[in-house]
Design a protein. Sequence first.
Length: 337
Amino acid sequence: MGLWDKLLGEFIDVIEWTDDSPDTLAYRFPTHNKEIQMGSTLVVRESQMAVFVYRGQIADVYEPGSYKLVTANMPIMTTLQHWTHGFNSPFKSEVYYFNTRQFTDRKWGTPNPITLRDPEFGVIRIRAFGSYALRVADPERVMKELSGTEERYSVTQIENQIRAAIITRFTDHIAQSKVAFLDHAANLNEFSEALMPDMGEVLEQFGLKLESFYIQNVSLPPEVEKLLDQRTGMAALGDLDQYTKFQMAQALPMAAAAGGDGGLAGAGMGAGIGMAMGNAMAGALSGGMGQPQQAAPAAAASAPAAQKVMVRCSQCNTLCEEEQRFCHSCGNKMFAD
């Protein structure tokens, strides 16, 4: 390499940055042991901003565009270095690029369940997760608070602190609202919007802007969800007596199919279900039979009935009359032949 090529290599004619990564927040242009030519070109692409730093002090800030680096385009640098308008010599300066596009789909979530007092369920533990989007709003503040003089600073380096702040404010909001868990789960969009101002303040102190914030899910621990499902299922049943009758009606085709095969178990099941259905139907009919229902107690009073012996089914523990061959609840054979 000749002397002329060596000298040319020490001067910078074009300053530009092509972002080649998905999460770079700030990038330091390589100017080590090099000087910037007066009159060279500075290229700042859309979704970028450039900052010149002279002797550790932030100088000129450039928005998207193409600039010829002369004293007229560098007012702060000209003042700091006491340049005259006819200054044409190379100069030393650090140049930092900041990515101002949106960083979308950043995740947040509760690493451990949050313990809260719920007006319906009492003390509960909940988990939550969601996403947010941010962008650089103030490059100078980002540089002072976050990136400093690092060669490359990524958004992932600040994510842990942002997530911690989000979880803290989310917990405070849930606790202070005193809204039932079920109402939170059904109104995630409204609660996301309500939390936006608080979350925005967190990012603003770092020179960042919160573009969107979403609570995507609020859930209970698996064991609590199981109990909630059982509670919901019982509420859905409504009248247990009607539900029992419905279940027996559903079982009749099964019993008929088993009985058609000639199996003893099928016969027992059919007999048991038949007796249960008979009792249920008799009870239902007796409700609509006015006069015969009143005559039954008189007949019983005139002729006392014999005491019936009751035994428990070995399968379902249901009380049955001793002379029954099959349990009227499950169809189990009561006594061995």
